[in-house]
Design a protein around this ligand. Structure first.
Ligand SMILES: *Cc1c(COP(=O)(O)O)cnc(C)c1O
Length: 343
């Protein structure tokens, strides 16, 4: 596959901004090239535009190479950059599953790109033939999310691989919740596919939604394109420092995930026994999708109790469903007690 052919012409022909730190990357004793304030406050210098240290740690932990990593201001940044790189506004389109994460549609609309949907099956799996039937000559990207939000389940690996092998464009696999679904990542197979972008994030398992740091893993060619169109200093110094600190102790994240999975199972089985709970769907993520007899009523009641869950009842296939994030054991207990008081 020729990635250059897929790119918008203006992006393929772009001369990117060249920052002071692009033009000199060695070591020196006097830096008077970037019009910074020379007083050392710890924050007076521009950040590393390509986040070399952070990427080195991520590469070790994830078993990938540094040139295959792009870092963004949350996963939202690479999602938007992919639209800007590959989709000609008002001409090209993308295909995605439904229901799924809302940001693909928002980015599509901002970029004036049509989105075509393939509805999941009642088991929340892809109908691959239906999905591929939505592809036409102007389809540049397919967005897949696994584990999927808001349904919580992993999509079948063989289905994702079939989409990747059948489509001559970019396939984005959003793995924001993959740390909660061990063994399910497609990252180990990334090298086989030059058209795949895998998204992961520090916002969920790593407990760092506040620092805004998202990862995109892809071929060196795609990473180079994303780097050439991002803001030059997209990841600030504080975010890079905090990420490095947390990446020193990945074991802590593993422990958080393990206890969150236990809490999820405990809460799920308690919820399932409530008479107004119809279904607690199987989850591979840090939330539960729960079908109720009256989701709107229960949502409003919980809100009055000061407990905010996500009402997904207007979403396709999610009639009467609330999406409940696994909180601390105390928060889960507060939720359960409030629901039991409805009896
Ligand atoms: C939470 C979430 C993200 C994370 O977005 P960030 O911008 O990295 O915080 C990405 N994709 C999905 C499906 C999510 O649910």
């Amino acid at each position: 596959m020729d990635i250059k052919q897929l790119l918008r012409k203006n992006i393929a022909n772009l001369t990117p901004y060249s920052s002071a730190r692009d033009e000199f990357t060695g070591s020196a004793s006097v830096f008077i090239d970037a019009n910074e304030n020379p007083i050392q406050t710890g924050l007076n210098r521009y950040p590393d535009p390509y986040q070399a240290e952070v990427k080195k740690r991520i590469a070790d932990i994830k078993g990938v190479s540094v040139p295959n990593i792009f870092l963004g201001n949350g996963s939202d940044e690479p999602i938007d950059l992919l639209f800007r790189a590959f989709c000609e506004p008002a001409v090209d389109n993308i295909v995605s599953i439904n229901p799924t994460y809302g940001m693909y549609k928002v980015c599509a609309e901002i970029n004036n790109v049509e989105i075509h949907y393939s509805t999941l099956t009642s088991e929340f799996q892809m109908d691959v033939d239906d999905l591929l039937s939505k592809v036409n000559a102007q389809t540049k990207m397919i967005f897949i999310c696994s584990p999927n939000n808001p349904t919580g389940n992993c999509l079948k690996r063989e289905d994702m691989l079939r989409v990747i092998e059948s489509f001559h464009g970019i396939v984005v696999i959003d793995e924001a919740y993959i740390d909660f679904a061990p063994g399910q990542s497609l990252l180990a197979e990334l090298k086989k596919f030059e058209n795949v972008v895998i998204l992961q994030t520090f916002s969920k398992a790593w407990g760092l939604a506040g620092i805004r740091l998202g990862m995109a893993f892809a071929s060196e060619e795609i990473v180079t394109v994303l780097n050439s169109i991002k803001y030059p200093y997209n990841i600030n110094v504080l975010t890079q420092q905090k990420a490095l600190e947390v990446l020193k102790d990945p074991e802590k994240t593993t422990q958080w995930v393990a206890s969150s999975l236990q809490d999820r199972e405990a809460l799920g089985s308690k919820l399932a026994k409530l008479p107004f709970v119809e279904t607690v769907y199987p989850s591979d993520a840090n939330f539960l999708l729960v079908k109720m007899s009256d989701a709107d009523g229960i949502f409003n009641y919980l809100m009055e109790e000061g407990i905010i869950v996500r009402n997904r009842s207007s979403v396709i296939l999610c009639d009467n469903c609330l999406r409940i994030t696994i909180g601390t054991p105390e928060e889960n207990e507060t939720l359960f007690t409030a629901l039991r008081n409805l009896l």
